[in-house]
Design a protein around this ligand. Structure first.
Ligand code: ZN
Length: 228
């Protein structure tokens, strides 16, 4: 297995975000959206359990604005997923997508190995995740809230997620490979868990070092190098 991949490589502005108590404070004021800063590790909002969004609140302007802000923030970073606590909103909402332009530096073999291909934007309110089967996969991950670092994280290869979409309709998505990894990472955020809690700590590295040292190497080789 080839090694390096960063879940969300590039990062947002370094300014720490205020822990906005209400959604309204993070909502866009116009269509030319200025995205909020991404909350960095150390902020308690990233270590708290986010609250469920009542179904009847999902189709309000407040929630539409929140989702639009989250998608714009994810794209601006750029990243492949974002959870509401990462912009200071303690609610159970995640957005995710993978785009061709984020995949352009992966070889076809790397794409196959990660089971990574583009998928359209998905929005989940109150997602509940269930692993499917016993298969696991280990790759490098990064996080927009732990800017500039990566680590190896072992995750379920396949998951099923249920929740409500932006029209408050129930949806279920069974998925494997890279989107399954993104989902696990984002839903973890809703429970106050960061990838650094799950990573092989000896693999923790700056994104720069990881790229220089591990790029093109197999996960098996990297584990050997690190004594894992
Ligand atoms: Zn993250």
């Amino acid at each position: 297995m080839l090694g390096l991949f960063v879940l969300a490589a590039a990062c947002a502005p370094a300014t720490p975000a205020p822990e906005s108590p209400s959604v309204a404070s993070a909502a866009p004021s116009s269509s030319s959206m200025k995205v909020p800063p991404i909350v960095q590790t150390g902020a308690l909002v990233l270590r708290s359990r986010a609250q469920e969004v009542p179904a009847e609140r999902i189709q309000t302007k407040e929630m539409r604005d929140l989702v639009a802000t989250m998608i714009a923030t994810m794209r601006a970073a750029p990243g492949v997923g974002l959870a509401a606590p990462q912009i200071g909103i303690p609610l159970r909402v995640v957005v995710l997508e993978d785009r061709e332009d984020l995949l352009k530096n992966l070889t076809p073999e790397e794409r196959r190995e990660r089971e990574r291909s583009p998928f359209p934007t998905r929005v989940f309110f109150n997602p509940v995740l269930t692993p499917v089967g016993e298969d696991r996969a280990m790759f490098f991950e990064g996080c927009l809230s732990v800017k500039g670092f990566v680590g190896l994280v072992d995750r379920s290869l396949e998951v099923e997620v249920s929740g409500l979409d932006e029209k408050a309709q129930p949806q279920t998505w069974r998925v494997r490979g890279w989107p399954a990894r993104i989902l696990q990472h984002e839903v973890d955020h809703l429970d106050g868990t960061l990838y650094i809690d799950r990573m092989k700590t000896r693999s923790f590295a700056t994104a720069e070092h990881a790229k220089a040292v591990y790029n093109g190497k197999s996960i098996a080789d990297i584990r050997k190098m690190l004594g894992l």
